[in-house]
Design a protein around this ligand. Structure first.
Ligand SMILES: [Zn+2]
Length: 264
């Protein structure tokens, strides 16, 4: 029964001890460590023999049978007895649950995939998976980093767009007696208009730092003078003019991303 339940749960390295329902009818699953590798020191690899203490970690995981479940993992903290090992003690971990994590890896991956491949917003994915916005954003970043190339392919027509998002924040620099922007409400997006690469990047701010962002520099380096910058449809008149003159795309020379850097 225990082995069948563990197989149903499908978390390698964890054994199901028992399942009960809480007051809301949510299954509460008690699991234990079933992987001998978990008691090997994470630094030197030596197999530990002396327990320091027992701890219990509550984990979030994917639904099972369409119902959310809560995991309760009672695990050991071991002493590492290797004399020269700097890690004096360590807590058991398994592949699906790294040290200090309160979520299974497959839950993070599912949330990241929902945003990257299923078109969900981060807010929606966070709500669907019962986790927070920052965790889903980090999961999406990890997913995208794994599947996207380091640099985009050459771009023929680069779209540059400004998006207003959230509220601006500033901090006051006492020695300089001036305010510094810590969160810019303007973001600049770079889009491959003629190819199939979609959104290449979105960077915070529309200042000099934003216009020197990596995608634009990469496109300029790869395509040299073949890159034709365009702004979003609402700015079509300006962008045509900017492309013709080869000077700038956007509203204000001081506040927008320039075309000059995309033209080699
Ligand atoms: Zn060790």
């Amino acid at each position: 029964m225990v082995h069948d339940t563990a197989r149903l749960l499908g978390l390698d390295g964890l054994m199901v001890e028992r399942v009960e329902l809480d007051a809301d009818g949510v299954p509460l699953v008690d699991v234990s460590t079933g992987d001998e590798q978990a008691r090997c020191c994470t630094r030197c690899g030596q197999r530990a023999t002396r327990v320091k203490q027992w701890t219990t970690t509550r984990l979030r995981d994917l639904p099972v049978g369409g119902r959310p479940v809560r995991l309760r993992w009672r695990k050991r903290r071991w002493y590492c007895l290797t004399v020269r090992c700097p890690r004096k003690s360590f807590t058991e971990q398994v592949v699906q649950v790294p040290a200090r994590s309160r979520l299974t890896c497959r839950l993070r991956e599912a949330a990241g995939t929902a945003v990257a491949d299923a078109g969900r917003t981060i807010v929606r994915a966070a709500r669907d998976h019962g986790i927070s916005w920052p965790i889903v954003a980090a999961a999406f970043t990890a997913h995208a980093t794994a599947v996207l190339p380091d640099e985009p392919d050459p771009v023929e027509v680069l779209g540059i767009d400004e998006v207003r998002r959230g509220k601006a924040r500033w901090s006051y620099d006492e020695p300089a007696a001036s305010w510094t922007t810590t969160a810019d409400r303007w973001h600049v997006g770079f889009v491959d208009l003629s190819g199939g690469q979609g959104l290449l990047a979105q960077v915070e701010g529309r200042t000099r730092d934003a216009r020197s962002s990596r995608p634009e520099r990469a496109a300029g380096r790869e395509c040299s003078r073949s890159v034709r910058p365009r702004a979003r449809p609402g700015w079509r008149g300006r962008s045509r003019g900017a492309a013709r003159t080869g000077t700038r795309v956007g509203r204000s020379p001081a506040r927008s991303a320039p075309a000059r850097s995309t033209r080699g």
